[in-house]
Design a protein around this ligand. Structure first.
Ligand SMILES: Cc1cc2nc3c(=O)[nH]c(=O)nc-3n(C[C@H](O)[C@H](O)[C@H](O)COP(=O)(O)O)c2cc1C
Length: 343
């Protein structure tokens, strides 16, 4: 037990120091869900909350950040989606108030936006979908990386967390790297830490926490769902690029498919461009997630969730989630040491 605890302390030392927290477990930004209440609860419990600022209007994001300052004096991040319409304004505002941790999501960040952050004291965390982009991001100034595998909820890349971990963790040693996607237990966390991750990021498990403002219907359907129920969306035509979204299947899956087919027909008739069609698809998700998370419409709203949904079966306070992650991680290390020493 003592040895396992010491091991955990050693493995996540770098993540702890980088984030300035006791437990380098990030509460991944989730649109509509990661707001002041949940983010402050995660940070107050010793981990690292992240506000989902990507789709927020600038005034709303500023309010949300200020509200979070009033609820916690612990570090937390602000996630900005680089392809969102308000990206530049939100970034300017965050740098103006000198918010210390900025997370860039949504594809390759524009170089000048990275430079802008680097000219301040804020730390920049970026998502790396493969080794060469990871190297490039570190080269241009990312202070830390998140590798998010395709098991994750919401918009996803094509590669699994374990393969990304195997490719990126031994290669990128210059900055801390946090693993995300399908991680909901301390056991899994321990193994990613042993592979070289400086910490982990969880989404789905925090979405169903007690402090999450998600509608009870949304939480209820997620805690009952199995891992196989969280599936990525389909793409019907290579001319209309679709960023896959992992969600539980419901009426909104059919609505998305119908919308996609309709947009392909409009593209064929040259009524809209591929870019406009892709924008329409993205708008669908913002509204769809709101319907499920805020209104509780679990039939027509989007039920974004990671495969980790199969590892989550109850609504718990954030502090209990973090305590159980740590206890499980230590227990796993104990078991590994027992097995190794038994031979
Ligand atoms: C409902 C939901 C909404 C999400 N919204 C965002 C978002 O707005 N920005 C972002 O970078 N990631 C978003 N994600 C991804 C999470 O931040 C996190 O990386 C992911 O959920 C990790 O996988 P897990 O759910 O298996 O733990 C979202 C995930 C979920 C489940």
């Amino acid at each position: 037990m003592e040895k396992s605890k010491a091991l955990l302390d050693t493995l996540w030392k770098r993540g702890r120091e980088f984030l300035g927290v006791e437990y380098p477990i990030l509460g991944g930004a989730m649109s509509w869900i990661s707001e002041a209440k949940l983010v402050s609860a995660i940070s107050n419990a010793g981990a690292f909350g992240v506000i989902a600022g990507g789709n927020m209007p600038p005034e709303k994001l500023l309010d949300e950040v200020k509200k979070t300052y009033s609820l916690t004096d612990k570090p937390f991040g602000v996630n900005l989606i680089t392809i969102a319409p308000n990206f530049r304004k939100n970034l300017d505002n965050m740098l103006k108030i000198e918010h210390p941790y900025i997370v860039f999501a949504g594809g390759l960040p524009p170089r000048d936006a990275v430079t802008q952050v680097k000219q301040t004291h804020s730390k920049l965390i970026c998502f790396a979908p493969n080794v060469s982009i990871a190297e490039m991001l570190v080269h241009i100034g990312a202070d830390a990386l998140v590798i998010e595998g395709s098991e994750a909820g919401g918009h996803i890349g094509p590669v699994s967390t374990s393969v990304l971990a195997e490719q990126i963790l031994p290669t990128i040693r210059k900055v801390p790297v946090f693993a995300a996607g399908g991680i909901a237990t301390g056991r899994l966390m321990m193994h990613f830490l042993m592979m070289g991750a400086s910490g982990v990021q969880l989404g789905t498990r925090f979405a169903v926490s007690e402090e999450s403002i998600a509608h009870p219907n949304f939480k209820d359907i997620l805690i009952k769902a199995k891992a196989k129920d969280a599936v990525p969306t389909a793409q019907f035509d290579p001319r209309l690029p679709v960023i896959p979204v992992r969600a539980l299947i419901n009426g909104s899956t059919r609505d998305f498919n119908t919308l996609q087919l309709g947009l392909i027909q409009q593209m064929e008739r040259s009524v809209i461009s591929a870019r406009e069609a892709a924008e329409e698809l993205e708008k669908f998700w913002i509204g769809g997630l709101r319907k499920a998370v805020i209104d509780g419409d679990v039939e027509r709203g989007s039920l974004m969730a990671g495969q980790s949904v199969g590892l989550v079966d109850k609504i718990e306070p954030v502090a209990d989630i973090i305590a159980s992650m740590i206890a499980d991680a230590i227990d796993e290390a104990d078991k590994i040491m027992e097995t190794t020493c038994a031979d």
